[in-house]
Design a protein around this ligand. Structure first.
Ligand code: FAD
Ligand code: DLZ
Length: 510
């Protein structure tokens, strides 16, 4: 029986479960660039180039390895608009009797594929995505009966399961599970941040850049200076580059923000890990090896591994545990539309401008920019979760619903009531000042709160605290904030709230 094997744009791994036990001589692989997937959000142009080029390279590799591959190139006037259209067309053309695929990462597409057996009239086998360390059921079993789900405890399970940074006696290497306390240094320019890994576009990538510039001209961002890896070999070289040049300082400066450096000591591996070019476990094993051989300190290596087998696995677990209702959560009752400045970066707030401008140029901003700058601003100004989620889904090369949604709706917006953090990550300008050198170059003064030139984050922070008293006053981790707020004089509180109201009324012109 010949099978039609569908490989999605974020499943570019020869180990993908859909290919297990497949027969290169009889089965047919389908991969497709289609308008529905390229257009369900305003994907950054570099994300489109990355995916289409990586898909094309992967298809070429499969063919070279002896597979029969039907690859559907994007064409604006194609009659095949959706993955279903392409699969239906190939079922007829190839007289295959069954579709095999690996579970996809988005509820939207998952719902569609779940209906295919009736819509297409053939059996559709959906296999688990074994690139993740914890299966969906495993996470649900772990979550079952727990009053609160905390990443840290889940992470320890994942350490035990993988054996990463574990001693033979079953203890964490270095005597602690977590070295985060060492990971909060401000970066003052030294040591110099390494140049990011670069791959110059080959013929395939250049063709895709042309295609994206022609057909997706109105999408966010730019294709200029595209230098992402688009093959497994180059993604593995990017991992080596990170281990050699950035990992040693990754921990120390993990929370730092720079006015001049876009990438600092971050891995810049999420675009590859998420689309299948790089195996997450292999990345962790390479980092662990760097510690065992004395090439990187434990706070860096543990921090990196925690991001992948802890946070990354945890957010995926939360997504599948709570979808589809999760996407509709708005526990803080936000109603503000997304300010246009998120698309233009036109604002005098230096940190916001820099984070959005880097996002526009690179389809990348590091975690603290996403969380404490653009995220913090969205939280404090009360932007509708669905609108800020759609922005994050569009603008980053690593964005897929399963990972973006819990990070934004949960971690940033606290709209799910706190699955991703026991308190919101709300912060005033002081935090940004402590972790970055933006404020010295900013139009606003971070040391002021109520004046016309005061940093907007300051008054907005207190407005957030004040308006959400009912939500957070009894949260043990927020009590101090409320005591600090209540200690201020009525005149001072009034002035802060008046300034914040003005900022909220003028949010488009800050
Ligand atoms: P590093 O900082 O070097 O971290 C190493 C790796 O850890 C990353 O490559 C990534 O695979 C993993 N990782 C770290 N933090 C997280 C996390 N919170 N969730 C999942 N994986 C994590 N990550 C995405 O992959 N896609 C997204 O769409 C996405 N959206 C985000 C939105 C917001 C508001 C926030 C606060 C975070 C988001 N993240 C997302 C998590 C994180 O910011 C990115 O994974 C990270 O910035 C990617 O860059 P890097 O490879 O240099 O990561
Ligand atoms: C994100 C994306 C884009 C932009 N284009 C395609 C595509 O043309 N074909 C495809 O198979 N996948 C694409 N993807 C990824 C999917 O939209 C979807 O996000 C993931 O497959 C979910 O796991």
């Amino acid at each position: 029986m010949a099978n039609l094997i569908l490989i999605l744009g974020d499943q570019l791994s020869p180990q993908i479960s859909a290919l297990e036990n497949a027969n290169p001589a009889g089965d047919r692989i389908v991969m497709a660039e289609v308008a529905d997937e390229a257009g369900y959000t305003n994907h950054h142009k570099k994300k489109l180039v990355l995916l289409f080029s990586a898909m094309r390279h992967f298809a070429e590799q499969l063919k070279a390895d002896g597979w029969r591959v039907h690859y559907h190139d994007f064409a604006a006037d194609s009659e095949y608009k959706s993955l279903e259209d392409v699969v239906a067309g190939q079922l007829t053309a190839q007289s295959c009797e069954r579709v095999i695929t690996t579970e996809c990462g988005e509820w939207r597409l998952h719902e569609q594929i779940s209906q295919w057996h009736t819509r297409l009239g053939v059996p559709v086998e959906i296999r688990p995505d074994t690139r993740f360390i914890a299966g969906k059921k495993e996470f649900a079993d772990w979550a079952e009966g727990r009053k609160q789900l905390r990443m840290e405890f889940f992470y320890r399970e994942m350490r035990r399961k993988t054996g990463l940074l574990m001693t033979a006696d079953g203890d964490p290497e270095g005597g602690h599970w977590n070295f985060d306390a060492d990971n909060r240094k401000k970066w003052t320019g030294k040591p110099a941040a390494p140049a990011p890994f670069r791959v110059e576009p080959d013929d395939i990538t250049r063709q895709v850049i042309e295609l994206v510039n022609r057909h997706f001209a109105d999408h966010f961002g730019t294709t200029e200076d595209f230098h992402f890896a688009v093959t497994r070999k180059d993604a593995e070289a990017a991992l080596e580059h990170f281990i050699d040049y950035a990992l040693p300082c990754f921990g120390d400066y993990q929370d730092a923000i720079s006015d001049t450096e876009d990438w600092l000591f971050h891995a810049i591996l999420s675009p590859y890990i998420n689309c299948g070019l790089l195996d997450p476990l292999a990345a962790c094993e390479a980092a662990a090896q760097a510690w065992y051989s004395g090439r990187a300190p434990i706070n860096a290596v543990e921090g990196f591994i925690r991001q992948i087998i802890g946070w990354r696995e945890f957010v995926r677990g939360i997504y599948w545990l709570h979808m589809p209702d999760y996407a509709k959560e708005n526990r803080l009752g936000n109603s503000r539309p997304l300010p246009w400045l998120y698309w233009t970066g036109k604002t005098h707030m230096r940190c916001m401008h820099k984070a959005i401008d880097a996002t526009r140029r690179n389809a990348y901003a590091h975690h603290i920019q996403r969380l404490m700058v653009t995220g913090n601003f969205a939280l404090l100004t009360g932007i509708k979760p669905e609108e800020i989620c759609d922005w994050y889904l569009a603008v980053y090369a690593d964005a897929y619903d399963w990972v973006e949604l819990p990070n934004v709706l949960g971690m940033v917006m606290h709209a799910d009531g706190g699955h991703l953090g026991s308190k919101p990550y709300a912060a005033s300008g002081k935090y940004i000042h402590r972790m970055s050198d933006h404020c010295a170059n900013c139009h606003y003064n971070v040391n002021k709160s109520t004046e016309d030139d005061a940093c907007p984050f300051n008054a907005l922070y207190w407005h957030f605290i004040d308006r959400h008293r009912d939500d957070f006053e009894n949260n043990p981790r927020m009590g101090m904030m409320y005591r600090n707020w209540d200690k201020q004089s009525p005149d001072r509180r009034e002035a802060l709230l008046t300034r914040a109201e003005w900022l909220l009324d003028n949010v488009e012109n800050l």
